[in-house]
Structures are given as C-alpha cells and as structure tokens.
Design a binder for this molecule. Structure first.
Ligand SMILES: Nc1ncnc2c1ncn2[C@@H]1O[C@H](COP(=O)(O)OP(=O)(O)OP(=O)(O)O)[C@@H](O)[C@H]1O
Ligand SMILES: [Mg+2]
Length: 270
C-alpha cells in the first residue's frame, strides 16, 4: 500500500485477553497490526478459536481491546455508529417483521423517519436482488435470500466498512458460490471496505485483494497474502492452477495450527 495514502482502517498492535473460566486470563489475540485501504476487500482465515470473531467485535467496538488501537480514517472512534456494519453468520432476521421491516431495522434504531428508511431499504433490497419480496416474511424465504436481506440491512445504514463473520457458512455449496459472485458485484458497485472472516480457503482467495492468515490462539498474523488475480472474477477461475496455488499456499500456512486447535477442541469435549 502507498504509505502516503491514509488507511481506511488501521489496527495497531491490537491484543486481547478474556477472563478465563478459572480466573486466569485467556490471551486470544496478540499484536495484530494491519492497514486496510479504502475500498479494499480483506479476508481473514485461521483455525477455530484463533480470535477472528473477537477481532471483528473489537473493530466494531462491541468490546474494547486489552491493548492497542483501532483507527478509522486515522482517528480513534469510540462509537463507530454508522461507519461500520456487522453481518453475522446467522441471518438474525426478526420473524415477525417482513423483509422490508427487517431491512429498515438499523435505520429504525438510528431514528430515521419511516418513509426515508423504507426508501433506503428498498434501494438496497433492489441492489441485493430482492425487489418484489418486500412483503414476504423470513420463513417464506430460502437461506440465500435471508442472507441477502441481512446484507441489505447492513448496507442500508450506508456504512464505510462492512464486517462479515462467516456470512455464507450456513448456505449450501451452490448458493454460496452465487452469493460470492453477488457480493463482489455489490462491493464493486458500492465501493465499501470489507473485512470478511471465513473458514473456506477458496472463498477467502476468490473474494480478496489480500488474505490474512492467523496463527492458532493467541491469534497473531502469520502472513498476509496478496491475491494477484484480475477482476472481475468468474467462478471458473477457481478451477485454474494459479488459483489453486494460492489455496494450497494458504492451507500450508495454517494447517498445523488448524490441526492443533482441532485436537484441543476434541480433547476439551472428551
Ligand atoms: N466472551 C468470552 N469470554 C471468554 N472467552 C471467550 C469469549 N469469547 C470468545 N472466547 C474465547 O476466545 C477464543 C477466540 O474466540 P473467537 O470466537 O474469537 O474465535 P474464532 O476464531 O472466531 O473461532 P471460530 O472459527 O470457531 O468462530 C476462544 O478460545 C473462545 O473460547
Ligand atoms: Mg468466529
């Protein structure tokens, strides 16, 4: 990145520890420093428990880091408010609200007048391909459609930064691929800065300008991989050796950590 260009989002030596079950601190993130440019798409991979969700929650100010700083446009922001939206793995839709009511939810919380909120929600429902479904209830939608509503709700508050925590993990393989294409289209149209967590390495490579590989707990940055694949990207590129080389490089980077955290989790369950 050009050093004269101010980062949209800067993580500066972010570390975090939780109070462990028996009182001793559990260190989950260690010394994470990362600069993300305006409009950049960065994905994060790492084994289960490496602190990916914790990192996104820190960026969203849901929890303060134990040490280090998060800067947006060069400033420490106490409450990011409308600058950041979070898209969770579960769609979190309210079953009693229609699609339109779910899409306006973030705007309702911010006190936006009903007609303005609805107008904006309709614009983003249209962007995610759900025009005509405004009056449906969540139970009348497929999983992919519900995640689109979720995305429309996050976009409706017009944030600069989208944080996405395994948003497609609950979808079947084909829907997931379609949603990846859709997300790239929406990203291109809106110019958002995206920080996206996934366990699926081919998803991480396909979407990203850069992939951040985290070590096992405490999560630290093992490597940041630049993805030099031209855009627009088509699903077909996933079959190329150039693409597969990135996926295997990533797997080699995190394999030992993933196996270690898998063994730790299965031992804890026994
Ligand atoms: N509120 C909390 N209190 C105490 N420990 C927590 C809390 N939240 C998470 N942890 C612990 O912190 C570690 C990191 O959790 P986190 O959810 O950030 O990992 P993750 O990388 O998102 O994992 P996964 O891939 O399974 O979603 C885990 O060991 C978890 O048990
Ligand atoms: Mg997580």
């Amino acid at each position: 990145m050009d050093p004269n260009n101010q980062s949209k989002l800067r993580l500066s030596r972010v570390s975090h520890q939780y109070p462990g079950a028996s009182g001793e601190p559990l260190v989950v993130l260690k010394d994470i420093s990362l600069d993300i440019a305006n409009g950049e798409f960065v994905t994060i991979v790492g084994g289960s428990g490496s602190g990916k969700t914790t990192l996104l929650r820190i960026v969203d100010r849901l929890i303060p880091p134990s040490s280090g700083q998060v800067l947006i446009d060069g400033k420490v922001v106490e409450r990011p408010g409308g600058q950041i939206s979070f898209v969770f793995q579960q769609d979190c839709l309210m079953p009693w609200r229609r699609v339109l009511g779910n899409a306006t939810y973030g705007l309702d919380l911010r006190g936006v007048a009903k007609s303005d909120a609805q107008e904006r929600a309709r614009k983003y429902l249209d962007l995610v391909g759900l025009s005509g479904f405004e009056r449906y209830y969540p139970h009348q939608l497929s999983g992919g459609m519900r995640q689109r509503v979720n995305l429309a709700r996050a976009l409706a508050v017009e944030p600069d930064i989208l944080l996405m925590d395994e948003p497609f993990a609950a979808l079947d393989a084909q829907t997931r691929e379609l949603m990846q294409i859709e997300l790239l289209r929406i990203w291109k149209q809106t110019g958002k800065t995206i920080l996206f967590v996934t366990h699926q390495l081919d998803e991480a490579v396909f979407l990203a300008d850069r992939v951040v590989a985290l070590s096992a707990r405490p999560g630290s940055i093992r490597e940041v991989l630049d993805i030099d694949i031209p855009r627009p990207r088509d699903i077909e590129i996933k079959r190329t050796t150039h693409f597969q080389d990135y996926v295997s490089r990533l797997w080699h980077l995190i394999e030992a950590d993933v196996r270690r955290s898998f063994r730790a989790e299965t031992a804890a369950e026994a």
